[in-house]
Design a protein around this ligand. Structure first.
Ligand SMILES: CC(C)(COP(=O)(O)OP(=O)(O)OC[C@H]1O[C@@H](n2cnc3c(N)ncnc32)[C@H](O)[C@@H]1OP(=O)(O)O)[C@@H](O)C(=O)NCCC(=O)NCCS
Length: 162
């Protein structure tokens, strides 16, 4: 069973394994150190305490195993973005789709948003499938600067009630 919960500092040792291997090939491109994992969790906890709240971050758990992270960010009063990353040995079981659907529900209820956007690297079609299964529609591309130059990321959107 997959569940979402807030991260705590005790979760830091699990993060470097999540941010490694295939999971970072089309995202950050960089492995995460333990110090950076602590910083990341601290930053997430600080942002969770802000009013109005602009960021929600959850750990994705399979049973008791922390297998990934998913975040929701408010970009305007009514529009937000989601992003996610799963440890590469847990891919292919529908876990990311399950997590994305949960976060869509939070976005349109608790967070009071009415539009969500998300993007993924063009060479990472699995992420596009996750978004499509969570109800998103591809709306075009958005150029992003990466270590290898400018890349046209695939851009998706979902309107509340769509
Ligand atoms: C994208 C990611 C989260 C997917 O996690 P996951 O738990 O394996 O996803 P799911 O099992 O819910 O769904 C994956 C879907 O992609 C499909 N898929 C997998 N590899 C694929 C490929 N190479 N081409 C096309 N579709 C692919 C699967 O078949 C599945 O679709 P289906 O249910 O219709 O068969 C994971 O690969 C990841 O962490 N990638 C790196 C981080 C990232 O890219 N994040 C997105 C940016 S926000």
């Amino acid at each position: 069973m997959v569940t979402l919960r807030a991260l705590s500092t005790d979760d830091a040792p699990a993060l470097p394994r999540i941010y490694s291997g295939a999971s970072i090939r089309y995202t950050t491109s960089k492995p995460l150190t333990l110090d950076q994992a602590h910083d990341k969790i601290r930053a997430g906890l600080a942002r969770a305490a802000e009013t109005p709240r602009a960021q929600w971050s959850w750990g994705i758990l399979h049973e008791d195993d922390l297998i990934g992270l998913i975040s929701l960010r408010r970009r305007t009063p009514t529009m937000g973005t989601i992003s996610y990353i799963l440890r590469d040995d847990t891919w292919g079981h529908g876990y990311a789709t399950y997590a994305a659907r949960q976060v869509v529900t939070v976005a349109f209820t608790t967070a009071g948003l009415n539009r969500l956007e998300a993007m993924h690297h063009p060479d990472n079609p699995a992420s596009g499938r996750v978004l499509a299964k969570a109800g998103f529609t591809r709306i075009g591309t958005a150029d992003r600067d990466t270590a290898t130059g400018t890349v046209p990321y695939e851009l998706y959107a979902l309107e509340d009630g769509a």
